[in-house]
Design a protein around this ligand. Structure first.
Ligand SMILES: [Zn+2]
Length: 106
C-alpha cells in the first residue's frame, strides 16, 4: 500500500514538472516570436523611412534630422522626422566595419 502511494506521488510530481516545463516553453516561444516580429517590423519601417516614406502618413516627406554615433564600432542613432505630420522615429543601426570602411561618419 505504501509502495502504491509512493508511485502515485512520483507520478504527480513528474506530471507537474512536465506542465511547468510546457508552460515555460510556451512563454519562451511566445517571447521569441514577438521579438522576431518586432525586429522585422522595425527593419521594415527603417527601410521605408530610409527611402523617405513616413510610416504614419505614408507621404515621401521623411528627413534625416539627427545622426549620432557612439563610437566607431558601436550602433549609430538615426533620427528621422516627417515634414508633413511631425512624426519622429529613431533607429539604432549597427554600422558594419570600423573607421577604415569609411562608415564612421566623423
Ligand atoms: Zn508623416
Amino acid at each position: 500500500m505504501i509502495q502504491y502511494r509512493e508511485i502515485i506521488k512520483n507520478r504527480e510530481y513528474a506530471s507537474m514538472n512536465f506542465y511547468l516545463l510546457f508552460f515555460l516553453l510556451i512563454i519562451i516561444v511566445g517571447l521569441v516570436v514577438s521579438y522576431i516580429y518586432f525586429m522585422r517590423d522595425k527593419s521594415d519601417q527603417l527601410r521605408a523611412v530610409q527611402e523617405g516614406v513616413c510610416p504614419k502618413c505614408h507621404k515621401e516627406s521623411m528627413e534625416l534630422v539627427d545622426q549620432r554615433s557612439t563610437g566607431c564600432s558601436g550602433p549609430k542613432m538615426l533620427t528621422f522626422e516627417c515634414r508633413e505630420c511631425k512624426y519622429v522615429s529613431t533607429f539604432h543601426v549597427n554600422t558594419q566595419g570600423g573607421c577604415s570602411s569609411g562608415k564612421c561618419g566623423i
